[in-house]
Design a binder for this molecule. Structure first.
Ligand code: SF4
Length: 235
């Protein structure tokens, strides 16, 4: 059977482009390229249309846009969906870097080999990676089988690189409790993670994949460990 994601001249890997953001690439003016398709199905995800894999913009569309933003934007955020699933991502990033843009990768960490190649070729300048859950709960939260080992491999690659790197976790009290977060913080500390552990609160929308509602349970941030810096977003 043909791989529907094999690139052709009219292949459309990108769901959408956010033309300008001051929030998604720290200290830089950037755009966001939303790659379609994801190998996870986190119940709190509010982008089912992107996750399902249908794209609307080709590489040619993206580069036409980027050409118009040379010298106006500093960086390009690769988001999704999961950008590392795009088979031509390395070549795509080579072209973006050749245009003079910084690149930030937002990733779920499931494709360490892609991350390794991006690092080896100095194709990314910043990475924000999801830490979905403890090893025991990783599959229940991400709906991806055997994903934890790949997350660990991606973590080790990014943590030992010299690029800016942050770890973040979405909190829904039905999925992760305070003890889980403290276990994850200990994991990060033992791995020598020097950054901040960002916790972002679940956002209830009409489109959450798991039809997830706000939890009846209380997530008590006073019970969180202080062994590494933890910063709360949207709590
Ligand atoms: S929240 Fe989960 S399902 Fe949604 S894009 Fe991110 S990794 Fe994929």
């Amino acid at each position: 059977m043909n791989d529907l994601r094999l690139p052709t001249s009219d292949f459309r890997p990108v769901y959408d482009i956010t033309k300008f953001t001051m929030l998604d690439y720290p200290d830089e003016l950037a755009c966001i390229i939303w790659f379609s398709g994801c190998n996870m199905r986190c119940p709190y995800c509010y982008n089912p249309a992107i996750v399902s894999g249908k794209g609307y913009q080709s590489e040619a569309d993206v580069f036409e846009f980027l050409e118009s933003r040379r010298m106006k934007l500093d960086g390009v955020v690769l988001s999704g969906g999961e950008a590392t699933l795009y088979p031509q991502l390395i070549e795509f990033c080579r072209k973006v870097k050749a245009m003079g843009f910084l690149i930030k990768l937002d990733t779920n960490g499931s494709k360490p080999k892609v991350i390794e190649q991006l690092l080896n070729e100095n194709l990314i300048d910043y990475a924000a990676m999801d830490f979905k859950a403890t090893k025991e709960k990783y599959e229940a939260v991400s709906k991806l089988k055997n994903g934890f080992d790949n997350f660990c491999e991606s973590f080790d690659l990014l943590n030992s690189s010299n690029i800016k790197f942050e770890i973040r976790t979405t909190i829904h009290a039905d999925l992760l409790n305070e003890a889980d977060i403290n276990e994850m913080a200990t994991f990060l500390k033992e791995k020598g993670y020097q950054g901040t552990f960002y916790l972002q609160h679940f956002l209830e929308t009409e489109t959450n994949i798991g039809d997830l509602k706000n939890s009846e349970l209380h997530f008590d941030t006073d019970k969180l460990t202080k062994e590494i810096p933890i910063e709360l977003r949207n709590f």
